[in-house]
Design a protein around this ligand. Structure first.
Ligand SMILES: Nc1ncnc2c1ncn2[C@@H]1O[C@H](COP(=O)(O)OP(=O)(O)OP(=O)(O)O)[C@@H](O)[C@H]1O
Length: 481
């Protein structure tokens, strides 16, 4: 029998909770003070303690500390009077399994308790395994590697905006809060979602990213909830949905603003009930998934126009993070550029060392509509095009060189400004010139294909459907040979 101890000095609350949990099959005892609670723990074995944060003789923090010290295997859920993210972080860091806020909703309590028991059960099993010492170590090593690899790929930045972003990630990561990440395309929303996951207690569970922007109405339900073989025409195999895949971990939903109203309703139901059923199945699967969503449009606007459900928005919006556009991240632009230069050097077997002052000026003043993703592409391409040690304006896309003509170099331009104009490739100032656009597209395609085939020109020519000689000529024309 699963044993629970409720510690609450509001006797009526304790009694009601006790009755409700007993009806649901638990063996429940109650205590009305901290001292009484510790006494009860001494006399009986409890797997779980539900403890009110405010007690007459002590508080939840103190109780948690004592219980964790004396009964480390006992799970603790704290009941608090109000939702306070700082406190949630602190309690979870101290080892609380979770916390519930008042007013108490029976379903929510039961869900949290059931989840806690599942985890508790798993822990006991690991402890009792003969190779217990090896299993957790292995698990720890792999999750630590994941974290380390990600940390080496993620540039935190030093600008005010980046420091604030880092602070918010640190604050929300350890909790179970749903998070909305708002920001322009390419600002790093998915990277931040991953960072939250990897810094949360779920870090060794799956992180599943789902691009809702590309989902058709027909496919969406299947993608979210999965389906059984034969449940509709075309369902040739059983498919596991993204909710199920992410179970225990984090589900990241990108571009949620594009989901149809029906799917939004189904999503809300699943999130509320914490259960999922594959299409064509009657079996309900319990879910424990943290949801992080991203959008580059204003969801409030979607709500007003009746395109996005307000209840779903509030369900997701337990915490929101605003991603700064790259152009507002000051010197981070250069830190990121240098980071991408290092990666491109490794990928392309190059040894390009730095950016010229003109390139730095251009980067600091450019609009970066594609944000970090655009910078990453620009750096990859510039590294490929650079023969010497330093990336110069010549290696930047036409669009950027043209853009350069419209900005005033910043004060740290080092006096090299006058020479830059001779280095700028011949481009028309009209950015919408169709010929430029066509050239640009051709350029991008050639580089992409060359990379895909590891710079094998015969293969590249085949894919591009041109003869080798034409490819050579084109490569020469764009400085690639
Ligand atoms: N802080 C960072 N450090 C290094 N690379 C980053 C960082 N943030 C984002 N990137 C890289 O920039 C690219 C775009 O990032 P990401 O996909 O997270 O952006 P996004 O805002 O989710 O984009 P979209 O709106 O198009 O879905 C990715 O290749 C990612 O690896």
């Amino acid at each position: 029998m699963k044993r629970i101890l409720i510690i609450d000095d509001e006797v009526n609350v304790a009694l009601l909770l006790s009755k409700f949990l007993t009806r649901n099959g638990f063996d429940v005892s109650t205590a009305s003070s901290g001292t009484g609670g510790m006494e009860a723990l001494k006399n009986g074995e409890f797997q779980l303690v539900l403890c009110d944060f405010r007690l007459e003789d002590t508080d939840g923090r103190e109780m948690l500390r004592n219980i964790k010290q004396q009964y480390p295997k006992t799970g603790v859920i704290i009941i608090t009077g109000y939702s306070d993210i700082k406190m949630a972080v602190e309690l979870i860091k101290m080892g609380a399994y979770d916390y519930i806020t008042k007013p108490l909703y029976p379903d929510e309590i039961l869900n949290t308790i059931n989840k806690a028991f599942e985890t508790h059960h798993a822990l006991v099993e690991v402890d009792e395994e003969p190779q217990a010492a090896i299993v957790p170590e292995k698990a720890k090593a792999s999750k630590d590697t994941k974290k380390t690899v990600f940390a080496s790929e993620f540039v935190t930045g030093t600008s005010k905006a980046s420091r604030e972003l880092a602070r918010q990630i640190e604050l929300v990561a350890p909790t179970n809060y749903s998070v909305i990440i708002l920001g322009e395309s390419g600002t790093g929303k998915e990277s931040v979602a991953k960072s939250i996951h990897l810094n949360s207690p779920r870090h060794n569970q799956p992180f599943i990213a789902m691009d809702c922007g590309s989902l058709t109405k027909e496919l969406a339900a299947s993608e979210f909830f999965g389906h059984e073989k034969g449940s509709f025409t075309g369902a040739l195999y059983t498919k596991i949905g993204h909710f199920e895949m992410a179970n225990g971990g984090t589900l990241f939903l990108d571009e949620v603003g594009n989901l149809s109203y029906e799917i939004q309703a189904a999503l809300l139901r699943t999130v509320q009930e914490r259960k999922v059923k594959r299409i064509g199945s009657t079996k309900e699967i319990d879910l424990d998934v943290r949801i992080i969503i991203a959008t580059n449009e204003n969801l409030q606007d979607g709500i007003q126009k009746g395109r996005f459900r307000e209840d779903l928005y509030h369900r997701f919006n337990e915490f929101s993070i605003y991603m700064p556009p790259l152009r507002d991240r000051g010197h981070d632009i250069i830190l990121l550029a240098e980071h991408f230069l290092k990666i491109a050097n490794q990928e392309l077997g190059r040894n390009v060392e730095s950016l010229s002052q003109e390139v730095i000026d251009c980067f600091m003043n450019y609009r970066w509509q594609g944000n970090i993703r655009e910078l990453k592409n620009v750096m990859r391409r510039a590294t490929l095009l650079t023969e010497g040690n330093e990336i110069t304006l010549k290696a930047l896309p036409l669009e950027m060189s043209t853009y350069k003509l419209s900005y005033e170099p910043s004060s740290h331009s080092n006096g090299h400004h006058s020479s830059t104009h001779t280095e700028v490739p011949e481009v028309k100032e009209n950015r919408h010139d169709l010929k430029n656009a066509a050239l640009e597209a051709e350029y991008e395609t050639i580089i992409r294909v060359l990379r895909e085939v590891n710079f094998n020109k015969t293969k590249a020519a085949e894919i591009l459907n041109i003869d080798r000689k034409t490819l050579y000529n084109k490569m020469k024309a764009i400085n690639l040979k």
